[in-house]
Write a protein that binds this ligand. Structure first.
Ligand code: LUZ
Ligand code: MOS
Length: 756
């Protein structure tokens, strides 16, 4: 079964927020953002903007009828700044005009005076000033301090990890339509319709049931629309409220980059203790998160970092300390992996450093310390059904790692200016929202009397294929062809209080809710048939089965009979993930329903004269449980990998000391494209095995593959060392070609010395 949107996408007929025919009289909004990163607003002059052609209204915080306050965890943000700005691009004024260009021209006429304040862009500086969101926290097990004396090797170092811009094809946008009795309908490109509903209601000072958020699909989210799509839904709703007309706002790429947050950059320190054989005894890490100007989701992101500090390794003594540091960058936010990737980069760096200093190959250190079933992680969870070693061994065997190493060694012996290297990257990623209460979801299933089916869930289709999965689940439950199922837009009037589509858990939570709803309808149908059909009933191949054998009754006949006997053909399913509990303060419990495992072998060639590189191969063995749809899953694995490769190599967010982004356009912020993708990209799944918490035994797939991309950093690093063994290469990402060149050519031997 293909992705159900694939035909629409290829033909360009899939509908997004601004593809619907504009309602009559629709106006367009644009935002004026702060021209500097930090300061106090002393004057705001709007006359010229108000007088500009086509302008209907120019709005400030004083025009907000309800509460201007936003913030999912800490209510510290204003939709429009009042007297203080904390990042460059922070929205101050909303202009509503008859066309988008008129609104943008009027924005350019807004005048503001701001008394500048000192700009902080470095989290260590914020840390020194104790300028935090929340308070720094520590998760630990064992006694790290008591271990160092017993370690044969104690390794220390630091990492400087770059952020990442989400770059969804569809930038942030929303369209709001005022309705009778003060009601507001908003079409929003959001991963979190309920967050949008709540925020619009509070902004307008009305009850939540008066606000309807509708989402057909997104052109990509990647976490960037988990919380920060809310702002644009609010902007559209504010404009619509003020004018009484429908209002749309669509950000241009450069606006999207400057008004919204990104993946968090982190600065980190690590200390790793090993015995003489390379067994890990103790690990300590300090994570300084660059949170940006407002809290947004930084604290839950930091929590996920705290829960992924040892990646796939069993370490008996662990202490991880983390602080969310306030800086004058746009508020950084959710991004595929949600803090996990940064923490994993740190432990992989520590292992690379240990390998350099001790002389044991990195993959030997990794393999020796992989987690196993029954190991207790440092936050209390005991690992069940561990597939870590299995994916590692299968990757090594399937792709013949030994042969790869031999041929790379031979290549490097006979080539001077280009060098090859291979890395192995294990991934262990926890599935569930770390805020336990978010692990709930609902589905509404209708069966019409012709046997066609409509499914609504709280899951957002953002390209990842959740709709395809929902259709497959309902189709399997009713034993009918998936083309009999329509997956409806996600809408807050059909599904209440939904969690964001995030944490890789969307198919799990919503798919289980679909199963429960379908089960209720099946029981209703079976009850209608039971008087005449005595035995075990089921649905398969478009028919009702009796004791496992096809009966004469088709699905359509059974549905018609159920209707005529006045039994239900609609049901609402509610699912809450069982068996999880976590004390966020103590950092102890069982936060995850399960973990996803996998191993990626990455091969690179580095041109050591130019600093450029090529990813020759990425070969993955991934644990997927019993897949609902292997095509969708392979797509997620490949996409996650490439997004991770981009994060580690070319996606370079550069800020100047004034907090201005210097790589804020696609001309300066380089994304991986089809040419950058590994020539040889292979994805194999482990032999299917039921994952009890997943719908139909499946496992979540959205985020874990991103972290396979981390392997490329260490492969490039090894190739650099093959060229210049004396190079000291810092654990600074992304590993751009410039960094490769600078790294290789430090400590280069003088020309008369023999390089080898
Ligand atoms: N969002 C969230 C997430 O609110 N909580 C999480 O634990 C999470 N994890 C990954 C991605 N988004
Ligand atoms: Mo996310 S990082 O919105 O799962």
């Amino acid at each position: 079964m293909k992705h159900i949107d694939s035909q629409l996408h290829v033909r360009g007929t899939s509908e997004y927020v601004d593809d619907q025919r504009p309602p009559e009289g629709m106006l367009y909004a644009a935002v004026f953002g702060s021209p500097i990163a930090h300061g106090n607003i002393t004057a705001l002059r709007l006359e010229k903007a108000k007088a500009a052609e086509g302008v209907r209204t120019v709005l400030t915080i004083d025009d907000i009828p309800g509460s201007p306050v936003l913030g999912p965890i800490i209510p510290d943000e204003l939709l429009l700044a009042r007297d203080h700005v904390a990042f460059r691009g922070e929205p101050i004024v909303l202009v509503v005009a008859e066309t988008r260009v008129q609104a943008e021209k009027a924005v350019a006429l807004v005048e503001v005076d701001i008394d500048p304040l000192p700009v902080v862009t470095c989290p260590r500086e914020a840390h020194a000033a104790a300028d935090f969101f929340g308070k720094p926290s520590t998760y630990q097990i064992g006694d790290v301090d008591a271990q160092w004396d017993f370690c044969a090797h104690v390794i220390e170092g630091s990492c400087d990890i770059g952020g990442q811009e989400h770059v969804p094809l569809e930038t942030n946008r929303a369209r709001a339509l005022p309705r009778e009795n003060g009601q507001m309908t908003v079409w929003s490109s959001t991963q979190s319709p309920y967050a949008g509903q709540k925020a619009v209601a509070s902004l307008l000072g009305i009850a939540e049931h008066l606000v309807e958020i509708d989402v057909k699909r997104l052109g990509g989210g990647f976490g960037g629309k988990e919380d920060q799509a809310t702002h644009w839904a609010c902007m559209a709703a504010l404009g619509a409220h003020a004018t009484g007309c429908p209002v749309e706002i669509v950000l241009r790429r450069h606006e999207d980059v400057s008004h919204t947050g990104k993946r968090h950059p982190y600065l980190c320190d690590f200390k790793l203790g090993l015995d003489a054989e390379g067994n890990l005894l103790a690990y300590e890490a300090w994570l300084y998160q660059n949170a940006g100007a407002f809290a947004d989701l930084s604290l839950p992101v930091l929590e996920r970092s705290l829960l992924h500090a040892t990646n796939a390794y069993d370490i008996p003594n662990v202490r991880v300390m983390a602080a969310s540091c306030k800086t004058n960058l746009p508020p950084n936010t959710a991004f595929r992996g949600f803090g996990g990737p940064q923490a994993m980069f740190v432990i992989e760096s520590a292992l690379a450093e240990a390998s350099d200093q001790i002389g044991i190959p990195r993959d030997e250190l990794q393999k020796r310390n992989l987690i196993e079933t029954g190991d207790q992680l440092y936050y209390g969870q005991v690992i069940e059904r561990c597939q870590m070693q299995k994916t590692w061994d299968e990757a090594g065997d399937t792709y013949d790692l030994d042969e790869i190493k031999r041929s790379i060694a031979a290549y490097n012996d006979s080539n001077f200016s280009t060098k090859k290297a291979v890395s192995v990257m294990p991934v262990c990623f926890g599935i569930s929202f770390t805020k336990t209460f978010l692990n709930q979801g609902s589905a509404l299933v209708h069966v019409y009397t012709d046997g066609s089916v409509a499914v609504t869930t709280g899951g957002i289709e953002m390209g990842q294929g959740v709709s395809t999965n929902m259709a497959a689940i309902a189709a399997r439950s009713f034993g009918i062809h998936p083309d009999r199922i329509k997956v409806e837009a996600t809408n807050t009037t059909r599904i209440a209080n939904m969690s964001p589509s995030a944490a890789s858990a969307t198919s799990d939570i919503n798919g289980n809710a679909v199963l429960l709803a379908c089960q209720e309808i099946r029981e209703s149908i079976f009850a209608a048939l039971q008087p005449e059909m005595d035995g075990e009933l089921g649905c398969e191949g478009g028919r009702i089965t009796l004791n496992g054998n096809p009966s004469k009754i088709s699905w359509e006949e059974a549905v018609a009979k159920t209707y005529l006997s006045r039994r239900r053909l609609s049901a609402h399913g509610f699912y809450a993930t069982p068996g999880i509990e976590f004390d966020n303060e103590k950092g102890w419990g069982t936060p995850f329903a399960y973990h996803v495992y996998g191993t990626c072998i990455t091969e690179v060639t580095v041109d050591c004269l130019r600093g450029t590189y090529k990813v020759d191969a990425a070969k993955i063995v991934h644990d997927i449980g019993r897949p609902i749809n292997p095509i969708v899953d392979v797509g997620q694995v490949e996409g996650g990998l490439v997004q991770g490769l981009g994060w580690m190599t070319m996606e370079d967010l550069v800020w100047n000391d004034e907090g201005r982004i210097l790589s804020g356009a696609l001309s300066t912020y380089k994304l991986p494209d089809i040419y950058f993708c590994p020539d040889d990209l292979q994805v194999n799944f482990l032999e299917p095995e039921d994952n009890p918490p997943g719908p139909l035994g499946s496992k979540a797939v959205g985020e874990p593959p991103l972290m396979y991309g981390i392997g490329v950093f260490f492969a490039i690093r090894d190739a650099m060392k093959a060229f210049n063994p004396k190079a000291t290469i810092p654990y600074t990402s992304p590993m751009t070609p410039e960094r490769v060149l600078m790294g290789i050519h430090q400590h280069l031997p003088a020309p008369h010395e023999n390089l080898s």
